[in-house]
Design a protein around this ligand. Sequence first.
Ligand SMILES: [Zn+2]
Length: 297
Amino acid sequence: MFDGSYTTHFQEAAWKFISKFGHRFKQLDIVISHPDFDHYNGITSLLQTRHESLLLPCALGTIFFNAPVDARLLEKGNPKLVELCSSIEKLCDLKQIQWKRTVIQHTTIAPRKVHAIWPSKSMRDKLTEAWGKEYNKNSASIVSLISIPKDHPALITGDAESDNIIEALEDEKTIECVNGIYYFSYFEVPHHGSQGNYKKVGLTNFYSKICSRVYYISGSGRTYNHPDQITVETIINSIVKRKTHATIIVARDWDNEQGSVVKQRAEDHQKYVTYMTGSHFKVSLGKTRTGVDAFTF
Ligand SMILES: [Zn+2]
């Protein structure tokens, strides 16, 4: 599981998913991309409420997140990060769950299936130096690459900066890159579709390099107005330009004015774009049943 959203969202969606499908998993490993409440509050609620009588249908494996290893730095660190580290670690120790907080490029999260491709060691060291002062949490967001047998991989980006994602993709030799384009079966649009996330590479240029069958945007428009209309329109334009077919999924609450403009734009190009907002549908991924083959929202 990648991130846990806010507690309410976690309970509405993730917990329902785990209760229904958890018996299929050998164990549940969790990646917390970075220490912002909208990514980890649900996980702390899972750890807080988990006890024998609450029927978690599978074992909890390891919780992965990023923080400096040096405890002295931790003491004077960013309060939010300190809170994350101490609450997650305390809860894990209490429940005898493993945790790992040194997740950098090439860290294996699930053997042969999931690898962290960001942050790089140099980025992490840079951030560690700045630990007690300004700490750009998004730059340290863990970007996870999921291998899917006989298919393109999935990329889970958290709130990572687009420049860093491109750097990570360029460094990762296992990803297929044809004429400068990276192919995915599933792509999480970074930072909830915020348009402010494309400093060097630029929004249009970024999506000209990404080709995915599914683009998932975890923004509802309620907080920070994410996703930005321009981001979703740029994704649609890139799909239409390539004449490929793709599905764009936006969280169910994005039914405001911006959302309806984008919906119209997608309907104009329905030959190439399937556009969905909603909470109960299924997207099949992969051609075998051995890997990750479905996401249900
Ligand atoms: Zn976020």
